[in-house]
Design a binder for this molecule. Structure first.
Ligand code: KPL
Length: 324
């Protein structure tokens, strides 16, 4: 169930002092991290953006923020730090958005753990599955909120971000971990992004996971925009085949018995993001590490566990790991 909880910061409430805008730390200065840092800062929060890019000067910096379809470029002030400089400042972290790549999430959180207290609230926006337990193990019980977002963002260069698509972020606790979902609003992400609480976040995580496992590797291999997976009949056929393989994992997921159609959902997302360069295609083009191990690679682990044959997925993983 999703609780409609449109808690966008209302400017008049803000000036009346009704909405608290505490300090926020955002870990990861990629597209999603810069989007959240900008939106939180624009909503009045004091934002520290934590980067691992040591070539950037720490201290006061501006993020250049744009929205697709709007020519305005807004300079958004944040404090830019590395985990090392933050440790030197010994700055306590109360609210943290974890917006790294999935393969960095655990190391990144561990790098600031000494600045977290038992009250620190973390919202993890990283894609994929298979690492959340490790994050929870670093925190006090009930302090990890998972965010599943459909907002689109692109990093044009360091600290320069475009909000490319307005989506929604679902926030919830895994396995309905206590505390109950009702306490979520206490984290008050006073951010001008649409968000809702969900008491079935694992279903949302799996839906996004399967769609990413379908769209991301194929757009990387075919070097095509998301929309071409629908419009090109050869690509669409391959997508359909891959989705048949992905559907074999549904009985072992929170989506079992929920009539989730992987192919239909993948087509819907590919159409809705037709002009997008998927994150994996972008990383592949730039020769960067791919987010495979918590997407299609994680499926290979599950395939072994449940004796599921997924030759196309295996082949895609091998090709992408080989850098093809
Ligand atoms: O989440 C995405 C990604 O690129 O990682 C999709 C939904 C495929 C949009 O591009």
């Amino acid at each position: 169930m999703v609780t409609d909880n449109n808690l966008n910061l209302n400017k008049s409430e803000e000036s009346a002092g009704k909405v608290s805008t505490p300090e926020w730390h955002v870990l990861g200065a990629g597209a999603v991290g810069c989007l959240w840092a900008s939106k939180l800062a624009l909503a009045g929060a004091a934002v520290t953006l934590i980067t691992r890019d040591t070539s950037l000067a720490t201290g006061k910096q501006n993020i250049q923020f744009r929205t697709t379809g709007d020519d305005a470029v807004i300079d958004v002030p944040v404090s830019l730090q590395t985990s090392q400089s933050l440790s030197r400042l010994n700055q306590a972290i109360g609210h943290l958005v974890l917006a790294t790549k999935s393969y960095d999430a655990v190391t990144a959180l561990a790098s600031v753990k000494q600045l977290c207290s038992t009250d620190t609230q973390v919202i993890c926006l990283a894609n994929g599955l298979g690492f959340h337990q490790q994050l929870e193990d670093l925190l006090s019980p009930g302090r990890l909120t998972v965010g599943v977002t459909t907002d689109g963002a692109a990093l044009d260069k360091a600290l320069s971000v475009t909000h490319t698509g307005h989506g929604t972020t679902l926030l919830g606790y895994r396995q309905n971990h206590l505390p109950p979902i009702d306490s979520l609003p206490s984290i008050q992400p006073a951010v001008d992004l649409q968000w809702q609480t969900s008491n079935d976040i694992e279903s949302a995580m799996w839906q996004k996971f399967l769609v990413n496992c379908a769209i991301n590797p194929l757009t990387a291999i075919f070097n095509c925009d998301n929309g071409e997976l629908c419009s090109n009949s050869q690509y669409r056929d391959t997508l359909r085949l891959l989705c048949v393989e992905l559907a074999a994992f549904l009985p072992f997921s929170p989506l079992a018995n929920k009539n989730f159609d992987v192919f239909q959902q993948a087509i819907k997302v590919a159409e809705a993001t037709a002009a997008n360069i998927s994150s994996m295609r972008r990383d592949h083009q730039l020769g960067r590490r791919l987010e495979l191990e918590h997407l299609n690679g994680y499926l290979l682990t599950l395939a072994k566990e449940h004796a599921i044959d997924c030759p196309l997925n295996r082949d895609l993983c091998s090709q992408l790991q080989a850098g093809n």
